[in-house]
Design a protein around this ligand. Sequence first.
Ligand SMILES: Nc1ncnc2c1ncn2[C@@H]1O[C@H](COP(=O)(O)OP(=O)(O)OP(=O)(O)O)[C@@H](O)[C@H]1O
Ligand SMILES: [Mg+2]
Length: 403
Amino acid sequence: MGSVRRGRVGQDPEPGRRNPNSDKRGSHQAVLPGRARTRFRTLRLEGVSRHFGTTVAVSDFNLTIQGGEFIALLGPSGCGKSTALNCLAGLLPLTAGGIWLDDERLDAVPPEERGFGFVFQNYALFPHMTVRGNVAFGLTIRRLPKDELRRRVDEALHMVELADHADKLPGQLSGGEQQRVAIARAIVIRPRLFLMDEPLSNLDAKLRLQMRREIRRLHQTLHLTTVYVTHDQEEALALADRVVLLNRGRIQQVGTPEDLYTRPASAYVADFMGYRNLLELPVVSQEGRRIIVGRAGLRLVGVAQDDSVGGQAVVAIRPEDFRVAGAGSGGAGANTVPVRVEVAEYYGGEIAAEGRTEDGGVICFRSLERVVPGELVRLTVPVERVLVFRAAGQTDRWTQPRS
Ligand SMILES: Nc1ncnc2c1ncn2[C@@H]1O[C@H](COP(=O)(O)OP(=O)(O)OP(=O)(O)O)[C@@H](O)[C@H]1O
Ligand SMILES: [Mg+2]
């Protein structure tokens, strides 16, 4: 199949292939660490930067990963996710900074000696090898005894439910099956760190959900430490213990899914986390954290997220935090925003809608009750769900993390 390729620019499809004999420690035990050796307490990235000529792909990346954690690297296209992952894998040398695995300095260790498993976005399977051959590859180059190798490959194939496809070539598999081969190939070496670069992006929505659960299950049952690259915030929230949000090579926020979802550190993070309503409004007054913003036709009370918001604010509100007010509702503690409905799309169980405010702004909201275009509705939103950030400069809107 056309999707089976040998990796991307700057990426080695199989790190171990570069120099199969590079491990000079001799014994299989040393080459292929057992479970006890695969564990580590922390993996530290300190000031990691990677430039390509004048392009700063990753800048001053600081993160401590705990053994057993599931980390998602999240951000838009070109923000440096793959570069950060490749630096971690050793496929790209660092321009600055260092990486430590407990007390061992890692960035000078060649990729094949790091004991990491890598799943590439395009799978990078060997098209001329069977499924079994692909999965066995990492063990073959480590010269594992034959029966041990067979047992381990069978175990990995069984885990990803591919035992019945072991003798097929990748081109005879569906996209989801190829994906599972790539996962089996990475986990069969019992990696100290499991790295995945947008592994589900080629799959359809249903398979993506199914594989997402599979990946989380494998992470848990194999006690893996996983770093997972995605541009899909929903995937990151569903999978990760902690999410690292990147923009233009820089970390914008590190936190639990709940942290990023409910307490985004900047308007940029809010934007990425599905706060679809980002309204630039003048500040009317502020008293402690309670802040009033707005102009004629739209006035909101919210919670200031920055110490000093200044004269102009960006207000972030999630569509699902709005409610369509019934008669008599929307009392104390809630903002009220009248809108004229312009778009109403049925999503099964709820309606995703857009309405226009009196001052001409557009508000995205959800409704459990039927609303129709042309209808005038009153939306309410609790004060604590109106997040108010300082507006950044005009040329660099919403890109500044909270200082
Ligand atoms: N080998 C390279 N040579 C020059 N520039 C590069 C190279 N690899 C990456 N870059 C640049 O570095 C930046 C970060 O790229 P990277 O591939 O890490 O982004 P990404 O977040 O993985 O994006 P995507 O979601 O599209 O895969 C981009 O501006 C990209 O053009
Ligand atoms: Mg990428």
